[in-house]
Design a protein around this ligand. Structure first.
Ligand SMILES: C[S@@+](CC[C@H](N)C(=O)[O-])C[C@H]1O[C@@H](n2cnc3c(N)ncnc32)[C@H](O)[C@@H]1O
Length: 296
């Protein structure tokens, strides 16, 4: 089983976003997501949703599933979104997605791939739970970014940004080459339909001199053209199942829990039981804890 970058108990929201001077990155990512996401839809899942930073962008979806490995992240997300009946909170490992095949119209994964040790396994699992007419919006950290190229040429960095293999710059933190990500997506049954280069202006000097909204607007103006060269630290992709148009279309949402979930241990159907959901095949009880389905 691949190792997991565990955020349980971390103060990611406060330390990374609120104190980390990252309003520009947040706004630029929202511009990209708005462009790539189908504006409305049935069931959407965000994988590694954290505290639900981006969840306001899903307001036109009938059902929203926020999945994360860390319970504490989901509890934080609940504080913002817990009163909205369209939201379901799921604690699970993305290598064992506890869902019925083809159940989601849209899947989003932002700032998560860089923690994934076994990308092919993760993408294969995601393809299984995405409808044949669905959309997968994926962000990945780009190893061939301008800063890495300059550092490499000045011999301040030992890894080669042009080499296609992922680089693990600290344990469980990877940067990926765009070509490598495309190959892995294709092997998992996806075709890339659109791509955007994001965070062109992620630089301390620029962030000190220009307001976040200005940099984000400028970033938005060049995201599409920048995707030709892909020299930014972050790449957003819109991928769709390859050649599956004649397949099973997305089910109508909201999908009830018995239809939405499958046992992550054996793939069996589940039914409501005291305290949670029980697998009708292996009998495993998956608890519902404080409004969070726990499949860990
Ligand atoms: C850097 S945070 C990004 C959070 C959110 N997507 C955002 O952009 O604000 C990465 C998230 O991925 C989650 N994560 C990492 N490995 C995971 C796994 N194997 N299964 C599910 N979630 C995972 C972490 O718990 C964490 O909340």
């Amino acid at each position: 089983m691949p190792n997991i970058c565990d955020y349980e108990g971390s103060n990611y929201r406060e330390e990374f976003w609120e104190k980390g001077n990252r309003s520009y990155e947040d706004l630029a990512e929202r511009v990209a997501l708005r462009r790539l996401l189908p504006p409305t839809g049935e069931a959407l899942m965000e994988i590694g949703a954290g505290f639900g930073r981006l969840a306001d962008l899903y307001s036109s979806y009938r059902q929203v599933i926020l999945l994360d490995y860390a319970m504490s992240m989901l509890e934080d997300a609940q504080r913002f979104w817990g009163k909205d009946p369209r939201f379901t909170f799921v604690a699970a490992n993305l290598y064992h997605l506890p869902f019925a095949p083809g159940i989601f119209q849209t899947i989003v994964m932002v700032r998560v791939l860089h923690h994934i040790q076994d990308v092919p396994a993760a993408l294969t699992g995601i393809r299984q739970v995405l409808a044949d007419d669905g959309v997968f919006v994926l962000e990945h950290a780009n190893k061939r970014n301008l800063k890495a190229i300059i550092r490499y040429l000045l011999r301040k960095q030992d890894w080669d940004p042009f080499d296609h293999d992922p680089v693990e710059f600290v344990p469980l933190n990877y940067d990926f080459h765009p070509t490598w990500v495309r190959e892995k997506l294709e092997s998992a049954g996806f075709a890339i339909r659109d791509s955007l280069a994001v965070s062109h202006f992620r630089h301390g000097v620029l962030k000190r001199h220009f307001p976040p909204w200005f940099l984000a607007r400028a970033d938005g103006a060049v995201q599409r053209m920048g995707a030709i060269w892909k020299l930014t630290p972050s790449i957003f992709l819109r991928a769709e199942p390859a050649g599956a148009k004649a397949g099973i279309p997305t089910p109508k949402a909201p999908v009830p829990p018995e239809e939405l979930f499958r046992c992550p241990e054996c793939g069996g159907r589940v039914e409501k039981a005291d305290g949670g959901l029980q697998c009708v095949e292996c009998g495993h009880l998956w608890p519902l804890e404080g409004g969070i389905y726990n499949f860990r």
